[in-house]
Design a protein around this ligand. Structure first.
Ligand SMILES: [Zn+2]
Length: 472
């Protein structure tokens, strides 16, 4: 059963009962908030269960046991126990929790100024000069961490902070020692009552706090509206560049377009577009996209459709684990070929699955779906063909259910940014003249900006980036 948690920031909404989701999940009378909050550990367990049930998990899982009891923080008058042998150093955080580190691993991860550049944060130690059988001559507990003296043939001293050793413990993994990633909030159509929104002035404020709030919304919800944006391409471009430089594609850098078929893509028509992600034909689809409707005259229609792909995937996984597994494993080829000057296909050309997962945690990390841009499915085994069509039929049905579809009529002054690796978008057909502008931003630029802002404004703000940062 989906583990759902109340979303505290929106108590009035979170308390509402989502009858459709309840029906989906075959729940009976228990009130269920429409926001589901999932952590990677949830996916890990879910995938392990699905694997046992369907003997086909959605991701390659590591089955290393992890300690669920967090080790105590180390205090100077109660230092951990330590021991070593020819292979490893063992650290006892308490009588029950031990971490073991291979000697060669410790030597390779020394972060002293000779072994690790303190400014560039790059490795200086020559990994390949470390003797394979290296063993410390001495290990000591100090208030600052584990002090390792290496043998006289390789004289060196290394000091590893206790907290860093806990965070990076791999034998066993100590999951709670690591800072958990912020929770993702999965949403259905009911998000329309209170969609994540930030004001333009706040997003543009120089102290970057508003920018952090904005990108944190995008990280948690996969989208965020920005209200009060001057309805001009210039202001929208400036807003986009608050996040990062714009990713140029065959559609240009910053786009400002109407339904004139200026580019060979249905986006440049008045046709309805079903929920899809962009750039399924790229090896690395753009991370974020920003839309801003600048004007719509002499007509109507053209509502914007947003669907949380992670929410729909969670329902698919719950109700149709076999279909989920097929979407997680079957590569789908795609192309962009509407202009003779370009012929885009992902590399490898066999494409990528609709649902991609982190191979170490099993967490769903990306949705790629555009049925219109799909190429010939010539890599299916004959016995898979009908199963595959059944799986995408089920996926399509859930994607297009009233419960999943969040329809919103954009108006000049309100821009929206969406995570193209998670949230699908579309629109209804329209008449008249519509002028839309927007931009793509690369996923790495977006994540880098968010990580930098999190270092500064997140739960454990740091004034400087240490060589012991958990990200390095
Ligand atoms: Zn060193």
């Amino acid at each position: 059963m989906l583990r759902l948690r109340r979303f505290n920031a929106l108590p009035s909404i979170a308390m509402r009962t989502c009858t459709i989701l309840a029906r989906h999940l075959a729940l009976t009378t228990r009130p269920t908030p429409f926001f589901g909050v999932l952590r990677p550990t949830y996916w890990h367990r879910r995938l392990a269960t699905a694997s046992a049930r369907a003997s086909a998990s959605a991701a390659a899982l590591k089955t290393q046991p992890s300690s669920q009891i967090p080790p105590p923080a180390v205090v100077s008058d109660d230092l951990p126990m330590i021991s070593m042998d020819a292979q490893k150093v063992a650290i006892g955080w308490d009588t029950r929790t031990w971490s073991r580190f291979h000697n060669v691993w410790l030597r390779d991860h020394c972060r002293c100024p000779q072994c690790f550049h303190q400014i560039t944060k790059q490795r200086l130690v020559n990994t390949f000069e470390i003797p394979p059988g290296i063993m410390p001559s001495k290990v000591e507990q100090t208030a600052d961490g584990l002090l390792v003296s290496w043998p006289s043939s390789e004289p060196h001293e290394s000091l590893y902070p206790w907290s860093w050793l806990q965070e990076n413990s791999y034998d066993p993994k100590i999951s709670k020692a690591r800072e958990p990633p912020p929770e993702k909030v999965l949403w259905s159509s009911k998000i329309q009552t209170s969609p994540p929104t930030i004001g333009y002035d706040e997003a543009m404020a120089e102290d970057n706090r508003g920018l952090y709030k904005w990108l944190s919304h995008v990280d948690r919800f996969g989208m965020c509206f920005i209200s009060g944006v001057p309805p001009t391409p210039e202001a929208t471009e400036e807003l986009s560049r608050r996040i990062a430089f714009i990713r140029e594609t065959q559609y240009g850098q910053f786009w400002d377009f109407t339904s004139d078929l200026a580019k060979g893509d249905t986006a440049y028509t008045t046709l309805a577009l079903g929920a899809h992600t962009d750039n399924t034909y790229f090896t690395d689809p753009c991370g974020l996209q920003i839309f801003h409707l600048l004007s719509h005259t002499e007509g109507s229609g053209g509502a914007t459709l947003l669907v949380d792909g992670f929410y729909v995937a969670s329902i698919l996984k719950e109700l149709h684990p076999d279909a989920y597994s097929i979407l997680a494993h079957t590569p789908v080829p795609a192309h962009a070929a509407g202009e003779l000057s370009a012929l885009y296909r992902p590399y490898p050309p066999s494409g990528y699955p609709v649902l991609s997962h982190d191979p170490t945690t099993g967490e769903l990390i990306q949705v790629r779906w555009n049925n219109d841009d799909r190429s010939v499915m010539n890599n299916l085994d004959p016995y898979q063909v009908e199963e595959w069509y059944n799986a995408i039929r089920t996926w399509h049905k859930l994607l297009t259910s009233a419960d999943s579809e969040y329809w919103v009529q954009l108006t000049p002054g309100t821009a929206v940014v969406i995570d193209n690796h998670r949230v699908l978008h579309g629109r209804s057909a329209f008449t008249g003249k519509r002028r839309m502008c927007g931009a793509y931003i690369g996923v790495d630029e977006y994540r880098s900006k968010l990580a930098v802002l999190r270092e500064r404004f997140g739960p454990n703000p740091k004034s400087d980036r240490s060589v012991w940062s958990p990200a390095l």
